[in-house]
Write a protein that binds this ligand. Structure first.
Ligand code: FES
Length: 202
């Protein structure tokens, strides 16, 4: 982003949405005739999209692992951190960069549960289905959440707000039935309590 001021021209690089305008002692800047002082919220206008930022991050990761042996899994992990899942085009780029067949990359991605082929929600719900939770009504908790969100197991809501998963045991059997939302553990749930718990997760 370039800001043209009464006394000069300053290139701030890419400012993401909501970036704060930095204060420059003794330097006056104006946009549309309005003087800017430190503390204004500005939006990026350089056209540097979220998608291109991800692509740049991926290229950096590809470069980092280019000559590293056994880099397929760490590179897939890094790519998934960038994109939130592994789009086909990204897997193709990784295969090409490492010189491994796409079928091998795809095989690894589908073998390990940690990798995801579809976009996931901003909030990951894990409803425990272990024995202790099962005998205390975990299925009803799951069904209540599933019905409320309109998604089945491993499904993601259309607005990408939630992904609903199950898990074997969360190690909190004394609180059964239990679910986790992101890193938070919620215990002694009823279906209604589980549903209302989700509301605070945007
Ligand atoms: S069985 Fe659910 S937390 Fe252990």
């Amino acid at each position: 982003m370039i800001v043209r001021g009464g006394k000069g021209l300053v290139n701030f690089g890419c400012l993401t949405k909501g970036s704060r305008f930095p204060a420059f002692a003794g330097f006056q800047l104006c946009i549309n005739g309005r003087e800017l002082r430190g503390g204004f919220n500005l939006s990026c206008t350089c056209g540097h999209s979220d998608e291109s930022a991800k692509q740049e991050a991926l290229l950096t990761a590809l470069d980092k692992y280019k000559t590293v042996k056994g880099a397929l899994i760490p590179l897939l992990q890094e790519a998934q951190e960038i994109y939130g899942y592994l789009p086909k085009e990204v897997m193709q780029q990784i295969s090409k960069s490492l010189g491994v067949p796409f079928s091998k990359t795809f095989g690894v991605v589908t073998f390990y549960a940690q990798f995801h082929l579809k976009p996931r929600g901003r909030n990951i719900i894990r409803v425990c289905q272990g024995t202790a939770c099962h005998v205390r009504g975990a299925s009803k908790v799951f069904d209540g959440v599933s019905k409320k969100l309109g998604v089945e197991k491993n499904g993601t809501t259309e607005d990408l707000r939630y992904t609903l998963e199950t898990v074997a045991c969360l190690g909190a059997c004394g609180l059964a039935p239990v679910m986790m939302v992101n890193d938070d553990t919620h215990g002694r749930l009823t279906p209604d309590k589980a549903v209302s718990t989700l509301e605070k997760y945007e």
